[in-house]
Design a protein around this ligand. Sequence first.
Ligand SMILES: [Zn+2]
Length: 384
Amino acid sequence: MDKTFFQQLSQLVALPSVSCTDPTLDQGNLPVVSLLAEWLEAAGFRCEIMHVAPGKANLIATLGYGEGGLVLAGHTDTVPFDRQLWKSDPFTVTERFGKLYGLGIADMKGFFPAAINAARAYSKTPLKAPLIIIATCDEESSMAGAKALVEGRRPNGRFAVIGEPTSLKPVRLHKGVMMERVRITGNSGHSSDPSLGNNALDAMTVVMQRLMAFRAELAKQYRNPAFSIPSPTLNLGCIHGGDNPNRICGQCEMQFDLRPLPGMDTDDLRQRIRERIRDIPAQFGVTVLYEPIFEGTPAAETPADSPLVQMVEKLTQSEAGSVAFGTEAPYFRQLGMDTVILGAGSIETAHQPNEYLDIKNISPLLLWLKQLIHHYCVQGHAAL
Ligand SMILES: [Zn+2]
């Protein structure tokens, strides 16, 4: 393993950059972004720091000039961690039996030293299309960094590779994720006389039946055989409400998730759910609140015949497939880029104690990134 790679990886992992919807755990990512900017400037890149929120920023680093270009993208934040479950300090890169351990090493700080080292091979070469390295904030919490890129219409690349952990297998599509809640408020009363209240649980059972019917309808309507689970899914995840068998249930909340296929619009799905439960308040004398728990991640798909997909399939000798997790890919798609996800880490180790990166996976990724830069930037196949 290259010495610079190891040093850079150690420095990135050493800088805490947890992002979390819980404000007591949430941290900024500015130190990570500044360090990346320092290295990239030394490699000849022009760096722009795009402030997104206090203490949070994206980095847009560009080598070469012109329209279009190849984008190598990753997020700088990590999820929170349980220190007592780690065998070594999560902020110190530690090598054991061919693996490097550290928080965010697979997901996905390890991608940046690979991208920078691949880029450095071309810092003196004239490029026909620019090479753009993007480092975002808040991928693990709100996608605020990727959303800010879309709002700012930056960057104007042609092809994007996102280094999320895929164990060196190219990925061209994933489902979206929506997490939703339904809260029903009725009136409690003594169970011996149903006229004394309005039962929230009674109303919720009908909501759940409607959602299950909606699920069956979606499964008939949408199908994509590129996924191992080819239909969209809707899972009733948890329910809490009431307090006693002999009281009419006054309040009840149920949460569910829905994983749409590419081509299904989250706003449209929410509208269809709303219509299906519209009559519940009148029928049961309750109030019904239906809302997203978070905005959700859209599904994303780059067509199998995209030149980027075909190029990456040729390099990796693997057919581009799907994954079961969300990424920033839909936002790069919105910016008009063909997007492939390809990283050296494994998703099984991401978000886990003792997260690791297999050392043997580093050099293939580095080689492929160099080949992509050569093809798209030196030869100019990523020019608009
Ligand atoms: Zn990630």
